[in-house]
Design a protein around this ligand. Structure first.
Ligand code: ATP
Ligand code: MG
Ligand code: ZN
Length: 158
């Protein structure tokens, strides 16, 4: 018998205050944790659900972080690897704000250009800049050397 999504999600103890990152494409939850700097040294309570069934997209991942609201640059990074993810801000156990992540048109200082001889990969004091040519499917291009990135975006996170 198929278990309803909400039953699965609610098996995890509800959080009082924090953030639920929902509708993450299946397989990207660990990259979201990496973006948020969550690792074995983290003391906050974190719930990670992977491959839960979703009416919208077949399978999805969910990350729940207690007592933390995300910074704009963290949300921008998440948009690169999890387009369509929703950010739910929880206060007093309830969703008080919800929005869908949106990829910026220009990504500055967040992703390394894949071209090793690009000026943004030298010792010059230049921040990487990738222009978003298409959001879905993701297609980026380096402003300096025109090198494209279309896959494995998480591998280029700085
Ligand atoms: N207090 C809480 N603790 C932990 N998770 C929560 C809490 N409240 C809501 N959630 C989770 O946050 C997400 C959004 O909750 P919401 O009630 O808006 O669900 P929804 O109506 O299915 O939203 P959507 O339309 O975005 O899928 C769900 O994954 C839900 O399980
Ligand atoms: Mg839902
Ligand atoms: Zn470049």
């Amino acid at each position: 018998m198929e278990t309803k999504l909400d039953e699965i999600a609610m098996r995890v103890t509800p959080i009082g205050n924090g953030t639920v990152i929902d509708h993450i494409p299946a397989g990207q939850a660990l990259n979201v944790l990496k973006i948020l700097g969550i690792d074995k040294t983290t003391e906050a309570t974190i719930s990670v659900l992977m491959n839960v069934s979703s009416r919208r997209s077949g399978k999805k991942d969910i990350v729940k972080v207690e007592d933390r609201e995300l910074e704009e640059d963290e949300v921008n990074k998440i948009s690169l690897i999890a387009p369509g993810a929703t950010i739910n801000i929880i206060r007093g156990r309830r969703v008080v704000e919800k929005y869908t992540v949106d990829m910026p048109d220009l990504i500055v200082g967040v992703l390394r250009c894949p071209n090793p001889s690009c000026i943004s990969n030298t010792n010059e004091p230049i921040k990487s800049q990738l222009l978003v040519k298409s959001k879905n499917p993701v297609a980026l291009r380096c402003v300096y050397c025109e090198q494209p990135i279309t896959e494995k975006i998480a591998d280029y996170l700085i």
